[in-house]
Design a protein around this ligand. Sequence first.
Ligand SMILES: *[C@@H]1O[C@H](CO)[C@@H](O)[C@H](O)[C@H]1NC(C)=O
Ligand SMILES: *[C@@H]1O[C@H](CO)[C@@H](O)[C@H](O)[C@H]1NC(C)=O
Ligand SMILES: *[C@@H]1O[C@H](CO)[C@@H](O)[C@H](O)[C@H]1NC(C)=O
Ligand SMILES: *[C@@H]1O[C@H](CO)[C@@H](O)[C@H](O)[C@H]1NC(C)=O
Ligand SMILES: *[C@@H]1O[C@H](CO)[C@@H](O)[C@H](O)[C@H]1NC(C)=O
Ligand SMILES: *[C@@H]1O[C@H](CO)[C@@H](O)[C@H](O)[C@H]1NC(C)=O
Ligand SMILES: *[C@@H]1O[C@H](CO)[C@@H](O)[C@H](O)[C@H]1NC(C)=O
Ligand SMILES: *[C@@H]1O[C@H](CO)[C@@H](O)[C@H](O)[C@H]1NC(C)=O
Ligand SMILES: *[C@@H]1O[C@H](CO)[C@@H](O)[C@H](O)[C@H]1NC(C)=O
Ligand SMILES: *[C@@H]1O[C@H](CO)[C@@H](O)[C@H](O)[C@H]1NC(C)=O
Ligand SMILES: *[C@@H]1O[C@H](CO)[C@@H](O)[C@H](O)[C@H]1NC(C)=O
Ligand SMILES: *[C@@H]1O[C@H](CO)[C@@H](O)[C@H](O)[C@H]1NC(C)=O
Length: 773
Amino acid sequence: MSLRVALVALAAIASSIHAQDEASRAPCSQLSALSTNDTKFFPADLALSCLRSVPLAREDDLVQLSGLRTFLEFQSDLDYLADPTVGRIYPGIDLLAGLDELTSMLEDDTYENEYDFQMDVFKLFSAAYDGHLSYIPDIVDVFAFGRLQSEDLDDEGIADYFSLISINGQDVVAWLNSYASQNGRSQDPDANYNQVFVNIPKVAYQAAETDYFAVSRFYQGDDTVLTFANESTLDVMTRAQLLSNKTLEGLTDGASFFDRFCSNNLTEMILAQANATGTAPLQTATNVTRVPYESISTEGVAPPHPAYPSPIAISSDKSVAGYLSETNSDLAILSVPSFSTTSPVEFENVVRQLLATASETKRTKLVIDLRGNGGGTIFLAYDLFRQLFPTEVPYGAGNYRASELHNFTGRVASENIDALGAAYPELVKSGVDGVVLNSFNYREPLTVDNEQFTSWEEFFGPQETDRGSFTSLNRFNLTDISATTIPILGYADGNTTQPRTFAPEDIVLLHDGTCASTCAIFSELMSSQMSISSIAAGGRPQKAPMQAVGGVKGSQVQGMFILSTIVSAVLAAAPPIEQLAFISTFGTSILTATNKALSRASFGGTLLVKASVNFRNDIRRGDVDKTPLQYVYQAADCRFFYTATMYVDQAAVWDKAYDATWGSMQCVEGSTSHPSSVAGGGNITAGPPETARNFFGGNASIVLGDDLGTIWRNGSLEGGRGSGSGNASNSSGNGSTEGNSDGKQDDKSGSNVLAVPLVLTSSLTISIILLFV
Ligand SMILES: *[C@@H]1O[C@H](CO)[C@@H](O)[C@H](O)[C@H]1NC(C)=O
Ligand SMILES: *[C@@H]1O[C@H](CO)[C@@H](O)[C@H](O)[C@H]1NC(C)=O
Ligand SMILES: *[C@@H]1O[C@H](CO)[C@@H](O)[C@H](O)[C@H]1NC(C)=O
Ligand SMILES: *[C@@H]1O[C@H](CO)[C@@H](O)[C@H](O)[C@H]1NC(C)=O
Ligand SMILES: *[C@@H]1O[C@H](CO)[C@@H](O)[C@H](O)[C@H]1NC(C)=O
Ligand SMILES: *[C@@H]1O[C@H](CO)[C@@H](O)[C@H](O)[C@H]1NC(C)=O
Ligand SMILES: *[C@@H]1O[C@H](CO)[C@@H](O)[C@H](O)[C@H]1NC(C)=O
Ligand SMILES: *[C@@H]1O[C@H](CO)[C@@H](O)[C@H](O)[C@H]1NC(C)=O
Ligand SMILES: *[C@@H]1O[C@H](CO)[C@@H](O)[C@H](O)[C@H]1NC(C)=O
Ligand SMILES: *[C@@H]1O[C@H](CO)[C@@H](O)[C@H](O)[C@H]1NC(C)=O
Ligand SMILES: *[C@@H]1O[C@H](CO)[C@@H](O)[C@H](O)[C@H]1NC(C)=O
Ligand SMILES: *[C@@H]1O[C@H](CO)[C@@H](O)[C@H](O)[C@H]1NC(C)=O
């Protein structure tokens, strides 16, 4: 019996048991009946009906919107988003106008239930395509909608090779582009396109599938129909996966659903969290000591995933690994799928050991594989840069949006830093990232010339650009950071240094567009400061350039909870006259409202609640316009498409990167020498090529609601409501065919190969179907 049939049967059992009971016919009550055996998967349409039966909390929702407005003032590129400059590909989005629109829709009773409203809040934030700007309402985080292959596939590796021609009756590339633009959160369409598919480096690092085809926050219809070249079809069902730790048992209706999932008491949650972390043992990794720059055995250790060869060194969390090519005696590979690690020193050690061993074994070329890297600890990017170029001073200047609340909080914090430190020592002495008060206490950051700021006014500015007001450009005090948070080579540790292993022209960055945040900081240092070229893999099937860094290029994410904590702490430590000034300027309701916004965000994650802004802009050295790098289009120097082989053998990807850079130099036609690329001259105002806006007819960008239009949207990609979600498919009921191919297309060089996972699994193995387009 397929799982689908099982679910239908269970639904029938459940409803017959309670047939007499009025309340039990409520969708949430039916879910409750199904959940008695700790089920995590439910019929998608029933879950959606339950969500849509949750009554609207209109008055509280208005307060929540008001709180979100306060947090958005800290979004570094708020003004650019509303009216983007040339480098942005997706339409602009005026977020404050969007909040106005949601407010009037609430006031006009447009919404019938809480889910539809919160979904629009979620979509509004998502429309920024900024991985750092995120607000996930509680009700949106109860279920995810996943696709499930109903037949058994092989346990491991690639199940089959199919030539796929349509999805839900639509042209496959149009569907994929539409789907990518709805589900993706990268600023570049090629990056979002790639993220629809399995990302092997990510799988190897996280030991879980994270691609968007498998799982979405949007209802997918109840099934997805894949049609192959020979006209046979495969029917993939959608199921709702319970994400929350809380059970569905005992729910009687939408109101009880709200009580259980949407009534978090922020104070209590924080206390519980503090309780939990207070008793947990401290991170064991902190006692790792730095290894010297000395070569290690080339014997090799266990690979992070079957698609990888044996690394010579790998961190215990697999965030970084070093390889020596087994077929090319010139080539060393540093694989960095993430800068997020529990042990920064261990991470740094793996880098050092790879470099020293590469030197010892006379490797002359280095591929730095950043595919799948969504960022992590900021200062690992600085250390990695320094390990590669020990005498170069990393630039990394940036700025913050000069809002009134930032001005007040920073000035009062700076003027009362001793009182603040006495009351809240943990705020003043940095956390893991060492930058808690970096933008609020002018003594912490340095000027663009690496000197001290002399006053809050000097730090805050503001400096005007054609899109608003920003603080002075500033840099991190790397000496201070190296001493207090994570070591950065050559800072705060006396004479420590190491030789430069590779010349800039002997290094290439290998990307897939996923790169964001800390990865973007690193790539910017490498490409703009050292003129190191980049290669991009995959992307939309077209002969055109592709950006290497397709994720957010902002240089610091900040949790809304942390911002709120800073403002509250500064206020609490401030003299009464400043407290009065705060109330007369911002009003008392600001704190109630921001607390409401926080308590309605899904609880959890590294930022305590799933709500954050992009806080800091990264600005290129010498850019007189001080354009945030999110608005600077930068094509990679070369691009290649994946082949089937490259999914099962990562060494084949590295060989291709080597070849394209130092060998045959074969890149996708039209993908090289764009004026924005390193080789093309790095023109910062060149903007994207026409092809960057090609959605192959799949124009469905994120839209707020059917009857919302141009008021808050601003950009070139008009029209188009999402075609990939909300619509049950026109399944023919032909039954599915689970075919066997002979693998003839194993190396279809030059074509784009898509891998679509059809099984949700938490195990290490993956099952994917390769689709040829
Ligand atoms: C729960 O499990 C028991 C024993 O396997 C089974 O008899 C029962 O039908 C299940 N109930 C539901 C609602 O799945
Ligand atoms: C949910 O459960 C997991 C695993 O038990 C735990 O790690 C996590 O902290 C829990 N989340 C919440 C929000 O309680
Ligand atoms: C939240 O919990 C705290 C501590 O238990 C309590 O003092 C407060 O009244 C609660 N807030 C709400 C809105 O229920
Ligand atoms: C904290 O832990 C103690 C001991 O386990 C427990 O009694 C208390 O209820 C917890 N407090 C919170 C807020 O979870
Ligand atoms: C770190 O400390 C723990 C506990 O003392 C010890 O077991 C572990 O071996 C140490 N790790 C290193 C790398 O020294
Ligand atoms: C910042 O605050 C100070 C003190 O209140 C004020 O004088 C100054 O005009 C403010 N700057 C801006 C740009 O609002
Ligand atoms: C940077 O921080 C270090 C350590 O706190 C401090 O000694 C140094 O003066 C700072 N640099 C500048 C230019 O202020
Ligand atoms: C460099 O540091 C090492 C270890 O701290 C020390 O032994 C050595 O004397 C230092 N060398 C110089 C030139 O300061
Ligand atoms: C950069 O590109 C823009 C737009 O094509 C062009 O106007 C400008 O002259 C270029 N700048 C340089 C330095 O080539
Ligand atoms: C995409 O937009 C264009 C222009 O607005 C329109 O002609 C076309 O039908 C749209 N395609 C889809 C699939 O919506
Ligand atoms: C955005 O909207 C503003 C105001 O309507 C307009 O002045 C501006 O030109 C628009 N920008 C773009 C990129 O369309
Ligand atoms: C059609 O193609 C699919 C996928 O390659 C395969 O599974 C199926 O067996 C084929 N059907 C026929 C009738 O050839």
